[in-house]
Design a protein around this ligand. Structure first.
Ligand code: K1U
Ligand code: ZN
Length: 167
């Protein structure tokens, strides 16, 4: 297994729209394993392939407290959204930045598992937020784009200052 480098906002590659996975082969299974290892090590509760510069519809999520409920979703699609919630979000591509975003309270997502079987997950609360956040990544959207232009500019300034310090 391998740890994968995570792209950082405002890298233009985070804006690419991911293509559906056409065939679930050993390369996809290896990528899913490496993404899970990268997510657990970060640590994070989700990771989209876009964030590791692979523009395919694949996400991994573990929003459990025990960190032992890994979900691997291939070609995920939101089929139902209902209610509203406003909660704090973070992003491994936007380190050190947390802010409140409005999302649906409940989602139903259809996807393929690693065996190519069609599955459905129905979620509320944090798992629902995380599913929406990761599926946004596959559409080339980062959570800060839900914030005001002023906040986005402040985040860009803060991250470019950090990047200059660490360079
Ligand atoms: O997509 C990502 O960059 C992962 C992101 C997912 C997410 C977090 C919070 C709300 C919505 C989506 C993260 O995991 S950021 C890190 C984080 O929130 C966390 C890390 C360890 C334990 C618990 C939370
Ligand atoms: Zn993110």
């Amino acid at each position: 297994m391998a740890l994968l480098p995570i792209l950082r906002f405002p890298d233009a590659r985070l804006r690419k729209v991911a293509e559906p996975v056409a065939r679930i082969d050993e390369a996809i299974r290896r990528l899913a394993r490496d993404m899970a290892e990268t997510m657990y090590e970060a640590p994070g509760i989700g990771l989209a392939a876009t964030q590791v510069d692979v523009h395919k519809r694949l996400i991994v999520i573990d929003a459990s407290e025990t960190r032992d409920e890994l979900l691997t979703l291939i070609n995920p699609e939101i089929v139902e959204l209902s209610g509203k919630q406003r909660g704090e979000e973070g992003c491994l591509s936007v380190p050190g930045i947390y802010d409140k975003v409005e999302r649906a309270q409940r989602v139903v997502v259809r996807y393929l598992d690693l065996e190519g079987q069609e599955q459905t997950v129905e979620a509320e609360g944090l798992l629902a937020v995380c599913l929406q956040h990761e599926i946004d990544h596959l559409q080339g959207r980062v959570f800060v784009e839900h914030l005001s232009q002023l906040k986005q500019q402040r985040i860009r300034n803060k991250l470019s200052k950090q990047a200059r310090i660490t360079a």
